[in-house]
Write a protein that binds this ligand. Structure first.
Ligand code: AMP
Ligand code: MG
Length: 403
C-alpha cells in the first residue's frame, strides 16, 4: 500500500516500473503457426531471408527486352514472348523479346522499353521511338533483399504487412510467442451482464467486453472470470479457480473503498501495491502478484479502464512478449480549445480532430465510455500546463492503442 498522502506517481514512472516488471517475467513459450493464424502474434525469432528478392531479374513493365550494345537504331524482330511465370530462352542476337511485367529477363538482354514508347512496323518489327538506356525497367535479382538478410527482428508484432513479407520469402509458418493467458475479472455488486434485466441500483458490465475484445486483438487467450460480487468468500473462490494464468486483470474496487474485496483476497496470498497515478482519468492502479501470478487492477470507471489499459497495461503485456516498441505513436496538433487552469494530473481527453485541431468530447467524466466511442484519439494535456487555443498538444490516435 502506498502512503495516504504520498505524492502522485507520474505516467512515465508508472510505465517504467511496469515495463521493468514485464521484463522480469517474460512469456518465453513459443510455437510455430501458419501464416493465416499469425496475425497479431509476436515473432519469437528473427525472420531471415532464405532467398534473394526478386529471385531473378525481371521486367518492371509490359514492353520489349533487347541488348542495347547490339542495336543500331533499326526496328527489331520479335523472337519470343515472355510471360510472367515462364522460363525464357536466351535472347537471339539482333532481335528483341516481347516481355510482360514480372517476367524473367532473358539472358543476353540488358534493357526493357515500355510498350507505350514503341511502334510496330507493317511487317511486325518493333521500332523504338525514344533513346534507350541500359538496365532501364529491369528489377535486378536481390534488389529488394539478399539471402541472409534479417527482414524482421524477434519481438516484432505480426500484421498484414509482415505476413505478406514472410510469404514473399516463402515461409509458410512463423515461430511466435505463446499467447499470454489473461484472466479478466469484473468486480462489483452493481454489475449485470448485458441481455439481462437491470435491477434497482444496477448497471451493465461494460469493462468486461471492452477488455476481452482488446486482449484478443493483442493475441491473448482470455480466461473470462465474469463478475465478482463484493463478497470476500466468493472472491476467494473465484481466485482459487484461476488455473495457470500469466496475468490477472481486474477492474473496479481499487479505490481503497470498503468494498475492495478483491484487494483483500489478493493480499491474503500475494502482495499488492496501490499506485496513485498523476493521470486523469485513471488515478488508482493496483499492481502486484497473487500466488506468484502478476496482477493488475484497473479502475472501474470505463473511461479509466480504457486509458489505463491502453497506456499502461497494454505496453506491459506487449513487453512481456518481448515487443520493444510498446508505446503508441502520437503527434502534435494545435488545440481547438483552451485549458486555462493547470491541473495536478495529466489529462487524457477523449478527442477528435476537426479541421486539423483537437476538439475534446463535451463530457470528460471517467464514467462516460461514449466519449471514447465519439473520439478518434486521446489528447494529452500535461500536468501543470495550461493551453491557449492553437497551442500544440500530443494526440494519440485510438487506432494506435486498440491494436
Ligand atoms: P469501483 O472502482 O469499483 O469503485 O468502481 C468505480 C466506478 O466504475 C463505479 O461507478 C462502478 O459502478 C463503475 N464500474 C466498475 N466496474 C465496472 C464495469 N465492469 N462496467 C461498468 N462500470 C463499472
Ligand atoms: Mg466496485
Amino acid at each position: 500500500m502506498s502512503e495516504p498522502h504520498a505524492p502522485l506517481m507520474s505516467m512515465e514512472q508508472a510505465l517504467e516500473r511496469l515495463l521493468a516488471l514485464a521484463e522480469a517475467t517474460p512469456i518465453r513459450g513459443q510455437e510455430s503457426v501458419d501464416l493465416a493464424d499469425a496475425d497479431g502474434r509476436v515473432l519469437a525469432e528473427p525472420m531471415i531471408a532464405g532467398l534473394d528478392l526478386p529471385p531473378w531479374a525481371n521486367s518492371a513493365m509490359d514492353g520489349y527486352a533487347l541488348r542495347l550494345a547490339d542495336w543500331q537504331g533499326e526496328a527489331l524482330l520479335v523472337s519470343q514472348r515472355i510471360l510472367a511465370g515462364t522460363a525464357p530462352d536466351a535472347l537471339q542476337p539482333g532481335t528483341c523479346a516481347r516481355i510482360f511485367t514480372g517476367a524473367p529477363i532473358p539472358v543476353g538482354a540488358d534493357t526493357v522499353e515500355m510498350q507505350e514508347n514503341v511502334s510496330l512496323t507493317d511487317d511486325g518489327r518493333v521500332h523504338f521511338n525514344q533513346p534507350l538506356k541500359v538496365a532501364h525497367n529491369i528489377r535486378p535479382q536481390g534488389q529488394e533483399t539478399r539471402t541472409g538478410e534479417t527482414l524482421l527482428a524477434a519481438g516484432m508484432r505480426l500484421g498484414p504487412i509482415e505476413l505478406g513479407l514472410a510469404a514473399s520469402i516463402g515461409l509458410a509458418q512463423l515461430p511466435v510467442r505463446s499467447r499470454p493467458r489473461v484472466a479478466v475479472l469484473s468486480t462489483g455488486d452493481e454489475l449485470v451482464e448485458p441481455g439481462r434485466a437491470l435491477g434497482a441500483g444496477q448497471i451493465y458490465n461494460s469493462n468486461r467486453y471492452l477488455l476481452v475484445a482488446w486482449l484478443q486483438r493483442l493475441g491473448c487467450e482470455v480466461i473470462d472470470g465474469g463478475i465478482l460480487p463484493d463478497d470476500l468468500e466468493r472472491t476467494r473462490e473465484a481466485l482459487g479457480a484461476l488455473q495457470d494464468v500469466d496475468l490477472i486483470l481486474s477492474t473496479g474496487g481499487v479505490s481503497v473503498g470498503e468494498a475492495d474485496f478483491l484487494g483483500i483476497a489478493l493480499r491474503e496470498a500475494g502482495e499488492l501495491a496501490l499506485w496513485k497515478l498523476a493521470i486523469k482519468p485513471g488515478k488508482p492502479l493496483t499492481v502486484g502478484e497473487f500466488r506468484g501470478r502478476p496482477v493488475i487492477g484497473l479502475p472501474g470507471n470505463p473511461a479509466s479502464t480504457l486509458v489505463t489499459f491502453g497506456l499502461l497495461a497494454r505496453p506491459y503485456l506487449l513487453r512481456r512478449l518481448g515487443v520493444q516498441k510498446v508505446s503508441p505513436l502520437g503527434f502534435h496538433v494545435p488545440a481547438g480549445f483552451s485549458w486555462p487552469k493547470p491541473g495536478k494530473r495529466r489529462e487524457f481527453l477523449r478527442a477528435r480532430l476537426e479541421n486539423g485541431r483537437v476538439v475534446p468530447y463535451s463530457n470528460q467524466s471517467s464514467g462516460v465510455l461514449r466519449s471514447a466511442a465519439w473520439a478518434e484519439g486521446l489528447a494529452e494535456v500535461l500536468e501543470g500546463h495550461s493551453l491557449a487555443e492553437g497551442d500544440s498538444l500530443r494526440f494519440i490516435p485510438m487506432s494506435e492503442l486498440l491494436g
